[in-house]
Design a protein around this ligand. Structure first.
Ligand SMILES: Cc1cc2nc3c(=O)[nH]c(=O)nc-3n(C[C@H](O)[C@H](O)[C@H](O)COP(=O)(O)OP(=O)(O)OC[C@H]3O[C@@H](n4cnc5c(N)ncnc54)[C@H](O)[C@@H]3O)c2cc1C
Ligand SMILES: NC(=O)c1ccc[n+]([C@@H]2O[C@H](COP(=O)([O-])OP(=O)(O)OC[C@H]3O[C@@H](n4cnc5c(N)ncnc54)[C@H](O)[C@@H]3O)[C@@H](O)[C@H]2O)c1
Length: 444
């Protein structure tokens, strides 16, 4: 069999590339050895958000008890998981139907390179003019004894019940999001981070606020701590920690980062250069060593963060370069990123540390906004912001928020940055009132 384009991986990046190439009239095929949908739709963003929304609603009601609401609202984990499944279960079939409708041939097999232009797809050998590697990432494996006793984010999202206590290894996005969810569902939680700070790429003042509310929600955060080994004890586990008392826990979730998924690809046979950060690509998202091959999303070594909107964004550039020849260099706008805790932590652009390191002439507006009208009506446990503006031209360099609906408000800052708007434009804009967005005028 021969194709113009063969896409390896049916996640968000893969779907974007395959559909665009097929629409342009190229004979296109896609394969995945797991059900179609990829991390975001099946094991990441979407199922996680459905679960956290449930916990967030419960927490909102809790905060308003005695303020016009009464009665107890509790999370029913089993029911919440069943609701979550209504989102994930239909994805593979719907996605496959979408591919078929678009004239894309679908395969369900692991793919590996036989040589620079031929792939092994299950039992078949397939030649392709262009090969697109969009295989995503997988959890990094903890280097400690007893690692077999840990579970991953994939497993967590399918737990039938929660134990009394959960330990999350790693103080990043996944641990914080899942810890907030589990804590609201009644589980005691410990996060163990080996570095001095959690969520180190975020604005640290805002992280401090998030840590404060996390601890108030019953989440114990241990920093500067190495796990030595994990052993089984009864129906649970013991986690031995360097220089600290051993921790007894019902479950250990390892979320210490993700690494590019290149394991089964036999990239060396395809002469596809790759390193620790993934497949080496040029500005057209083309392999630097095999011009037939392109890569995007979590598996590609690019400037873009390993996030869904970045995977899709890169996928569109990549497809254009296949269809029209290398014509579109990938460039990245300021992309907002959110930790979906309760409340959420959101960020776009430079942190103050980065602005300082770059020697920029900037000013900062920062405030605890819990007593603002929007903070009070939400009975917010945390509501704070830090916005960096250029002293030279008033442009917005970065915005960082923690608080109710921060995940929505941050998009206004991101769009304003993309449009080159100045702080005074945001200040004078008549936002709908009393929306959360209306606070943007006071933040800039
Ligand atoms: C728990 C969790 C929560 C997340 N939450 C968010 C969020 O809220 N917002 C956000 O922006 N991002 C989030 N992310 C990150 C986001 O999911 C990823 O950045 C995004 O899914 C990457 O898309 P991709 O297309 O590059 O890879 P993927 O979606 O991972 O797709 C790759 C596909 O390739 C397949 N594959 C791998 N190797 C082979 C092979 N050899 N042959 C055939 N198929 C293969 C895999 O089975 C997979 O289906 C989250 C991630 C996790 C783990
Ligand atoms: N809301 C979102 O957009 C979202 C949510 C979840 C995941 N993601 C994506 O998935 C990626 C992976 O998430 P993650 O939470 O696994 O990684 P992460 O990179 O966000 O955080 C990993 C943390 O683990 C720590 N760590 C590393 N080794 C350790 C060890 N041995 N012991 C203790 N701590 C250790 C690191 O210092 C870091 O703080 C993220 O970087 C992000 O791109 C995004």
């Amino acid at each position: 069999m021969k194709y113009d384009v063969f896409v390896i991986g049916a996640g968000m990046a893969g779907a974007a590339v395959a559909k665009k190439c097929a629409k342009a009239g190229l004979k296109t095929a896609i394969s995945d050895f797991r059900p179609y949908g990829g991390t975001c739709a099946l094991r990441g963003c979407d199922p996680k958000k459905v679960l956290i929304d449930g916990a967030s609603l419960q927490e909102q009601v809790q905060r308003h008890l005695g303020k016009g609401l009464n009665g107890e609202v509790k999370i029913d984990w089993g029911e919440l998981m069943t609701f979550k499944d209504t989102f994930t279960d239909p994805v593979p079939e719907n996605m496959e139907k979408g591919f078929e409708k678009a004239g894309i041939d679908t395969y369900h097999a692991p793919v590996s390179f036989l040589n620079e232009s031929t792939l092994q797809v299950g039992q078949e050998e397939i030649f392709a003019e262009r090969i697109v590697v969009v295989t995503g990432a997988r959890p990094r494996v903890l280097d400690a004894q007893g690692v077999a006793y840990t579970i991953t984010s994939d497993d967590f999202l399918n737990l039938e019940a929660l134990p009394e206590h959960i330990t999350f290894l790693g103080g990043g996005y996944i641990s914080f999001e899942f810890a907030h969810l589990a804590a609201r569902a009644g589980t005691r939680v410990t996060i163990i981070e080996h570095g001095p700070r959690p969520l180190k790429h975020f604005e640290q003042d805002m992280v401090d606020e998030l840590m404060r509310v996390s601890e108030e929600a019953g989440i114990d955060i241990i920093l500067n701590c190495q796990v030595q080994c994990i052993t089984q004890k009864g129906s649970g586990y013991e986690v031995s920690l360097e220089g600290r008392e051993t921790l007894e826990t019902g479950l250990v979730v390892s979320a210490i980062g993700r690494v590019p998924e290149v394991g089964q690809l036999e990239l060396n046979k395809g002469k596809v250069r790759h390193g620790r950060k993934g497949i080496a690509v040029n500005e057209y998202l083309q392999s630097t060593s095999n011009p037939r091959v392109y890569a995007a999303g979590d598996v590609a070594d690019t400037e873009g963060l390993p996030l869904t909107p970045v995977a899709v964004y890169e996928g569109h550039f990549l497809a254009t370069n296949i269809i029209k020849g290398n014509s579109k260099k990938v460039n990245y706008p300021e992309i907002p990123t959110v930790v979906f805790t309760i409340p959420s932590l959101a960020s776009v652009g430079l942190t103050e540390k980065q602005a300082r390191e770059q020697g920029l002439d900037y000013k900062v507006k920062t405030h605890d906004a819990r007593q603002w009208f929007n903070g009070r009506r939400h009975r917010a446990h945390a509501y704070a912001y830090k916005v960096l503006m250029s002293k030279t031209d008033g442009s917005i360099l970065g915005a960082h928020l923690v608080g109710p609906f921060a995940e929505e408000t941050i998009n206004i800052f991101a769009l304003a940055m993309k449009a080159g708007m100045k702080a005074r434009d945001l200040k004078s804009f008549p936002f709908s009132y009393p929306s959360m967005a209306s606070d943007v005028s006071y933040m800039s």
